[in-house]
Design a protein around this ligand. Structure first.
Ligand SMILES: Nc1ncnc2c1ncn2[C@@H]1O[C@H](COP(=O)(O)OP(=O)(O)O)[C@@H](O)[C@H]1O
Ligand SMILES: [Mg+2]
Length: 271
């Protein structure tokens, strides 16, 4: 999959950070960050906790403004304070964050329907068809009338994924989507990610600690270290890079690469 998908590296850029700088008080988190997300591809951002990975996603979503530099989405600068433009752009985004943030008082069906009700003029019948399609896709066919408290953590994540995809977004952001899940349930989330991306063709930006497993699903890997992006490389190039930050990351986090082969082959047998 990676080889096929990395061939066309000159494809359209959907998101671009240019020389982005961001501090919170005295603490500089991002220093001249350059990063590009290519259409239809999967970019994985890795790095130690607290480095600013979520802050990068928040810049892409227009939730945080840079102190300097630019964030371009679909060719438009979103840092100008133009709220109408940002709202329009966000219609094409789906988000699955670490804490899925389902509404406890709403059924699974209503949770997934929410973006359709808030952001489109679709009637109830079309909403039902859309939601049921996404619930089926997530193996949640019978769970629509349940409440979040009545389903498992893994199912809640799948509801979150269904909700993230219900508007058929062009770009989907995942911020540590498998946090708190065991290996089996994490694999299930990644399997559904893979299947839905094949089916719906969205661009994905994923922040993940599931290294090296996540590399199998990525076209490009970017390491955030020392306030900057260290390489935005194919997974193969990343693992062979001479960049000292990348080398250190690979050595400290990828020790178990061989022992995890069996677990990975299980994951791909199901696809
Ligand atoms: N809104 C904020 N106000 C103050 N500090 C923040 C804010 N958001 C993030 N930070 C700080 O920026 C750093 C990077 O945060 P984050 O992007 O969440 O890290 P990561 O996702 O890589 O673990 C952390 O030190 C965090 O405390
Ligand atoms: Mg984070």
């Amino acid at each position: 999959m990676n080889n096929e998908k990395t061939k066309n590296l000159s494809s359209d850029i959907v998101i671009e950070l240019k020389q982005v700088e961001k501090s919170f008080g005295e603490q500089k988190v991002l220093d001249r960050v350059d990063l590009q997300v290519q259409s239809g591809k999967t970019l994985v951002i890795v790095g130690a906790s607290g480095q600013g990975k979520s802050v990068i996603l928040k810049h892409m979503l227009g939730l945080v403004l840079p102190d300097a530099g630019e964030v371009n989405v679909f060719g438009q600068n979103i840092t100008t304070g133009n709220k109408a433009r940002l709202k329009e752009i966000r219609k094409h985004f789906g988000v699955l964050f670490q804490n899925v943030a389902l509404f406890d008082s709403m059924t699974v069906f209503d949770n997934v329907a929410l973006p359709l009700r808030e952001r489109t003029d679709l009637g109830e019948e079309e909403i039902r068809a859309n939601v049921e399609e996404k619930l089926e896709m997530m193996d949640l066919g019978g769970a629509g009338e349940k409440y979040p408290a009545q389903i498992s953590g893994g199912m809640q994540k799948r509801v979150g994924l269904a909700r993230a995809l219900v508007l058929n977004p062009q770009v989907v952001f995942f911020d540590e989507p498998t946090t708190g899940l065991d290996v089996h349930k994490s694999n299930e989330i990644y399997r559904l990610f893979y299947l839905t991306q094949q089916k719906l063709g969205y661009t994905a930006v994923i922040v993940s600690h599931d290294v090296p497993k996540i590399f199998k699903l990525s076209d490009q890997v970017a390491l955030l270290a020392n306030r900057q992006i260290q390489g935005c490389l194919s997974p193969e190039e990343f693992q062979l890079s001479d960049n000292p930050y990348i080398r250190q990351f690979v050595e400290t986090t990828m020790g178990p690469i061989y022992s995890s082969d069996r677990e990975e082959s299980n994951l791909y047998e199901k696809i």
